[in-house]
Structure formats: structure tokens, C-alpha cells
Design a protein around this ligand. Structure first.
Ligand code: URA
Length: 239
């Protein structure tokens, strides 16, 4: 791995800032000053220091974000603001991407990582990972819709969804909690549309057993804790 990328990924500034640090002779590899940013190092073997600080290299990053409305789930876009635009440089440099997609107007829990294998496994429909949403609706729902979701709903492209959980969060049936195990395009909105109801607002509150951290303001993120990662690993290890 390039030394400037490694140092930047570990939170010591942008690549440009790291190049400057290197020029100053502040970066050492196994005790030797290295000034060439393009130098390749194996961070699992070498001891890399910035001044007195020993770099602790983590190959993969796993983040939880409270996605705000108006931001798209992509790494880069010419026009729109993306969730990756909200990340510190080091994560962008580290090739972090959104694990799955939420619509531009959907808010709530989004996982971001640079671990492609993890993303693949957690998004695989075979794994039947729960995604839980809160939806504000234009019309109340009742038993009929709960049964329809339980049986699987036929969407506008004739796809029949897996069974989904639907329950009411208020007395008048205008606020719903929906649990789905797959992630088809606009799935929750299309499931409600199939029973004649419009979704006015949608928020993901849980994914793979990880709950949205309400301490995170919209647009804020943090690293997943070891306990949260263990929870996901346990789910993924089940058949
Ligand atoms: N279902 C939707 O309709 N939109 C989302 O963003 C996520 C699930």
C-alpha cells in the first residue's frame, strides 16, 4: 500500500497534507525517515510512525450513519451531494462506500464500509437480513394490509416479495413499522403502493440487528462497535 494513502487513511489528513508531513521528515517506517509518498509498505508488517505516534492500521472500516434526506447513497455524483461527501477524507481515501441504498428522501440507518465481501454477504437476499423501517402514510392501514404483507405483496413489475412484517406505531394506523428481508428498488414504497397507500416519509431504524443510534444527528456517523459487528457476524454465520 502507498505510504501516503496509509497515513491519510489512518486520520493524519488529506494526501496533500500527508505529503507535506513526509517532506518534513515526520513519517518513519521501521525507524527510517521516508519522504517519498509513493513508497509502498506492508502495514501488517512495518511499524509506521508519524512523529511519536505509531499508526494502527485497520484494513477495513465499518461505519453507521444517520443518513439525512436530500443526499444520495453513492460514492460520487457530478450534481447531487452523496453520503460519501459527508465522510472525513480518510474514509473516502480508504474507498468506503454505502452498503446498499436508501432513496434520496429516505433517512436513517446506513452502513458504509470498504469491505466488499462484507457488503456482498450482508446484502445477499439468501441471508434474509432484517431491515426495519418507519413509514408515515397518507392513509391508514389495517388487518387487510398486515395480512397482505405477511403473504408477500405483488409489486408493479409482478415480483412477489418475501413475507414482510407490518405493525402500527400509532392509534390511527398512519405510522407503520415495516420489516423486510430483501432490498428491491423502492421496495417499501412499492409495497404500500401495491395496497393503495402512499409513503410520505421513510426512515430506516434497524439493519441486521443494529439499531439506528439516535445520538447521531442527521449526517453524523461513527464506527460500528465490536459488539455491533459481532451481531452482524453471528447473523451472517447462520444458514
Ligand atoms: N424502500 C424504499 O422504498 N426506499 C428506501 O429507501 C428503502 C426501502
Amino acid at each position: 500500500m502507498r505510504l501516503d494513502k496509509l497515513v491519510s487513511n489512518c486520520g493524519f489528513g488529506s494526501r496533500k497534507e500527508v505529503k507535506y508531513l513526509m517532506k518534513q521528515g515526520l513519517v518513519t517506517v521501521d525507524g527510517q525517515i521516508v519522504t517519498k509518498p509513493e513508497t509502498h509498505v506492508d502495514p501488517t508488517v512495518c511499524k509506521v510512525c508519524v512523529g511519536e505516534h505509531v499508526i494502527e492500521y485497520e484494513k477495513y472500516s465499518y461505519l453507521i450513519m444517520n443518513k439525512p434526506a436530500g443526499v444520495i447513497s453513492a460514492t460520487y455524483d457530478e450534481v447531487e451531494q452523496t453520503v460519501c461527501d459527508l465522510l472525513e477524507d480518510r474514509y473516502v481515501m480508504g474507498d468506503v462506500f454505502p452498503v446498499g441504498r436508501l432513496d434520496k428522501d429516505t433517512t436513517g440507518l446506513l452502513i458504509l464500509s470498504n469491505d466488499g465481501g462484507f457488503a456482498h454477504r450482508v446484502l445477499s437476499p439468501k441471508k434474509k437480513i432484517d431491515k426495519v423501517y418507519h413509514a408515515a402514510l397518507n392513509k391508514p392501514f389495517g388487518e387487510k394490509e398486515i395480512k397482505a404483507f405477511e403473504a408477500g405483496v405483488v409489486l408493479d413489475d409482478d415480483y412477489k416479495t418475501m413475507p414482510a412484517g407490518l405493525l402500527s406505531l400509532d392509534e390511527d394506523g398512519l405510522l407503520a413499522q415495516v420489516t423486510i428481508k430483501e432490498g428491491k428498488y423502492h421496495q417499501v414504497k412499492r409495497m404500500f403502493a401495491a395496497v393503495g397507500i402512499n409513503v410520505l416519509a421513510l426512515k430506516r431504524v434497524s439493519f441486521a440487528g443494529i439499531a439506528l443510534d439516535e445520538v447521531l444527528a442527521p449526517g453524523e456517523y461513527r464506527r460500528l462497535t465490536d459488539a455491533e459487528l459481532d451481531k452482524v457476524s453471528n447473523l451472517l454465520s447462520k444458514d
